[in-house]
Design a protein around this ligand. Structure first.
Ligand code: ATP
Ligand code: MG
Length: 366
């Protein structure tokens, strides 16, 4: 439980070469591995994500364009085990889909912890984009940033310099959440409790504190008593330390994002052990409800293999929607935005809308 992995893993998702899958393409959609092709491909992908035809599609594009086409057409090529983003999102009709009003959870507020101690798998990206999608769907959503890196705060356009009070004050000082919630610029019904770098120290301070595992749970319970909230998302750091344990104790549901890369499932069994411990000792109600495949690259066999394996392990929990590797998704945080407002018509945004809709509808029937 106390193991802490390094914070700030770059997580750019490059393949390791020669892992025994000979047909894996080493190119990425960002064109990172081939600077020559990179720029052209990037432009085409952006056009594609924006629902436009690629600006230079009349040129000699050959395999490049085939790769892009393959990515959008995999729903018909693939053997069916992995509904690809294209299966759920038609890029021709993004504006016909409209903003779906999402159902409120029937069993009261849902507290979801987004956890995976592996770094850079898309925890923060998933937490902020799902939260924004649910909020834009008309629900009241709170994101609590539990990672000292403060990435969720950044992506939601909220200040998190060390003068800001946030999750640290809630956990260590017992400050009420209502004093700490900041409105996000991303949606009118989206609030954020920011994380500052102070939170790094909380991990150590907590060790000697009373009820050290349940301080966040207490703060959230108190807040939910007096505030009408539909969803709370807890964005965890890449570790299984006391901050993550606090989040696991505070939550009802776990959402594990799994990056469609080699080593994807490594560490998940360790996470499952921790979940088992927390469930047995500290939070009976905790259940793994949702697994989301992230950074899926439809051009690679590896991604499909990883996705198949994840679906084998987590048949019930894995969402049909898969999040593709997308330039728009990765660019959005640098503008202090989610992809939902940065490029709402992009494939990445639409996939997060679909994933949020799946989660919301599950929460009604469950
Ligand atoms: P950490 O463990 O450090 O908290 P994390 O699990 O929260 O990382 P993110 O920060 O969400 O992971 O994502 C890691 C990197 O991958 C970021 O640069 C992010 O912008 C990028 N990324 C996430 N999802 C996608 C995607 N679908 N397509 C492209 N890039 C992505
Ligand atoms: Mg993160």
């Amino acid at each position: 439980v106390s193991e802490t992995l390094p914070v700030g893993w770059p997580g750019t998702g490059h393949f390791s070469a020669g892992l025994g899958w000979p047909h894996v393409s080493r190119e990425t959609l960002d064109g990172e591995e081939d600077p020559e092709l990179g720029k052209k491909k990037k432009r085409k992908l952006r056009d594609l994500e924006d629902g436009r035809e690629p600006s230079d599609s009349g040129g000699a594009i050959g395999t490049e364009w085939d790769l892009v086409e393959e990515r959008t057409a995999t729903s018909t090529n693939h053997n069916g085990a992995v509904p690809t983003p294209a299966a759920d999102v038609s890029r021709e009709t993004p504006d016909q889909r409209g903003d779906e009003a999402l159902p409120k959870p029937t069993g009261g507020p849902r507290v979801l912890v987004v956890a995976n101690q592996k770094g850079g798998v898309g925890k923060t990206t998933t937490a902020v984009n799902l939260a924004a999608a649910l909020a834009l769907g008309g629900l009241k959503v709170l994101v609590i940033d539990i990672d000292p890196q403060g990435n969720a705060s950044t992506a939601l356009g909220v200040a998190h310099d060390d003068s800001v009070a946030g999750t640290y004050e809630a956990i260590i000082d017992g400050a009420p959440l209502e004093d700490l919630v900041v409105a996000s610029t991303e949606a009118p019904t989206l609030g954020v409790v920011p994380a500052t770098i102070n939170l790094a120290g909380a991990e150590i301070q907590l060790v000697s504190m009373v009820a050290r595992e349940s301080r966040l749970a207490k703060a959230i319970r108190a807040y939910l008593k007096n505030h009408d909230v539909d969803y709370v998302f807890l964005d965890c750091p890449p570790s299984l330390g006391l901050l993550t344990v606090n989040a696991l104790v505070a939550a009802d549901e776990i959402l594990i994002p799994i990056q469609c890369e080699y080593y994807a499932l490594e560490g998940v069994s360790q996470l499952m052990n921790t979940i088992g411990l927390v469930k047995g000792e500290l939070n009976d109600d905790l259940r793994l409800s949702t697994v989301l495949l992230t950074m899926f690259d439809a051009r690679t066999r590896l991604a499909a293999q990883v996705a198949d394996e994840v679906r084998l392990h987590f048949a019930e929990e894995t969402l049909r929607t898969v999040i593709p590797r997308s330039v728009r998704i990765s660019e959005a945080p640098s503008y202090g935005q989610t992809v939902l407002t940065y490029h709402p018509e992009s494939v990445g945004a639409q996939c997060y809308v679909d994933a949020a809709s799946e989660i919301a509808h599950r929460g009604v029937t469950a």
